[in-house]
Design a protein around this ligand. Structure first.
Ligand code: Y12
Ligand code: CO
Length: 170
């Protein structure tokens, strides 16, 4: 089922999400719905709070070399924690909760993340490319942070002004 995406500046995006304790069918349905919702909106990553659920759940699906998204390539991360980080990099980011706005954000270049899958099995994953950026972006959502909060003071001011103007008109 497609769920409604929560759009900035909705207050729910500020919530610190709660740890998942039960790896049951409710969680599995949430993950499946998040995938459908993300793909329908041409997204590559989504956190549960973006569909209004304040649980530490996120998904990432990087399109393959033919620019195709396959469900089996979806990384589902429950209760993820960064256990190693290093370096710095900049990437032009976008977010389904801030549709139509993209900007460069600084992140760690390399991260190693510990997480559970939908069955509660724990894993670690490390990356220093696109996935590293996506994991950091989505994990920020679990702590109530949206990428626009990482912009410089001047860029953020301009963003807020343009966003208000755009959303007043529509
Ligand atoms: C690198 C940077 C950011 C992420 C987080 C995940 N972000 C997204 O999945 C953003 C998707 C997105 C899709 C949009 O729709 C289309 O392009 C058709 C979009 O544009 C509009 O809604 C107008 C904005 C964002 C992961 C990795
Ligand atoms: Co986002």
């Amino acid at each position: 089922m497609i769920r409604e995406i929560v759009v900035y500046p909705d207050k729910r995006l500020k919530l610190v999400s709660r740890e998942v304790e039960e790896f049951n069918s409710v969680l599995h349905e949430l993950l499946d719905d998040m995938y459908e919702t993300m793909v329908q909106s041409s997204g590559v990553g989504l956190a549960a709070i973006q569909v209004g659920v304040d649980q530490r759940v996120l998904i990432i699906n990087e399109p393959d070399e033919n620019d195709t998204q396959r469900k089996e390539n979806t990384l589902e991360m429950i209760n993820p924690v960064i256990i190693e980080r290093s370096g710095a990099t900049k990437y032009q980011e976008g977010c389904l909760s801030v549709p139509g706005y993209y900007d460069e954000v600084e992140r760690y270049k390399y991260v190693k993340v510990e997480y559970s899958d939908r069955h509660g099995q724990s894993h670690t994953i490390e990356d220093d490319g696109f996935l590293a950026i996506a994991m950091q972006h989505e994990m920020d959502h679990l702590d109530g942070k949206v990428f626009v909060e990482k912009l410089s003071f001047t860029k953020r001011k301009r963003f807020e002004k343009d966003w208000k103007k755009r959303h007043k008109a529509s």
